[in-house]
Design a protein around this ligand. Structure first.
Ligand SMILES: Cc1cc2nc3c(=O)[nH]c(=O)nc-3n(C[C@H](O)[C@H](O)[C@H](O)COP(=O)(O)O)c2cc1C
Length: 195
């Protein structure tokens, strides 16, 4: 158990216990095969009507696409994201083929990324999801067709980075214990009394 292991009284699946979101990564590369395994794990997630509304675009550091994704990220994320070796943009398709809104598309994209993060954990790969992406800019830069919505960016790298490469405030969170709300704050039996 280290400072990042989930502090749970339950014996959870190892990948869930040990997953966390680093901002420093080992400099070793990740193969195409390993990346495709992550996307395949996403592919096998459950989805409303099995519609699979998730889409992923990815790029390696050193490519033009990486630079374009990087330029869509918030100033905060630009401070650390160069430590990762791969960037992903996630998106979902807003409507079913019949034109009806897929109200659960965002939910399903989240499930797919959840699958991906657990698969990644089993491969020693860390994901750091980011809401800090200017999706409007990304739509422009990548000429995203109508009907798709860019949602997050994900930094991908191997665990085992050196936190001292980070600015001081971020280096501190890198080793800090992970915290969560108490179970009683998020789950109730027979009532929805969360006030
Ligand atoms: C949808 C989503 C958006 C996030 N956006 C950012 C972000 O823009 N920048 C960042 O540094 N971390 C971001 N995070 C990481 C969270 O801060 C992190 O998951 C949370 O603090 C819990 O830490 P853990 O993943 O290590 O358990 C995001 C996570 C998720 C799931």
């Amino acid at each position: 158990m280290n400072s990042k292991t989930a502090n749970s009284k339950y014996d959870l699946v190892t990948e869930i216990e040990n997953r966390w979101s680093p901002r420093s990564f080992s400099s070793e590369t990740i193969s195409d095969e390993e990346m495709m395994k992550l996307f395949d794990a996403a592919r096998w997630a459950a989805s409303s009507n099995n519609y699979q509304p998730w889409r992923f675009m990815w790029a390696r550091k050193g490519t033009e696409t990486w630079d374009k994704i990087f330029n869509c990220l918030s100033d905060f994320n630009q401070k650390w994201v160069n430590n990762a070796t791969i960037l992903i943009l996630t998106a979902y398709k807003e409507q079913f083929d019949n034109g009806k809104e897929n109200f659960h598309a965002l939910h399903d994209l989240g499930l797919a990324v959840g699958n991906m993060s657990i698969q990644a954990q089993s491969q020693g790969i860390a994901l750091h999801q980011m809401a800090g992406v200017d999706w409007k800019k990304a739509h422009e830069v990548f000429e995203i067709p109508d009907g798709y919505h860019i949602t997050t960016a994900i930094a991908v790298g191997l665990y085992g980075g050196d936190p001292s490469v980070l600015p001081e405030d971020l280096a501190e969170t890198e080793t800090k214990e992970r915290s969560r709300k108490d179970l009683s704050q998020i789950v109730k039996e027979n009532t929805f009394s969360f006030l």
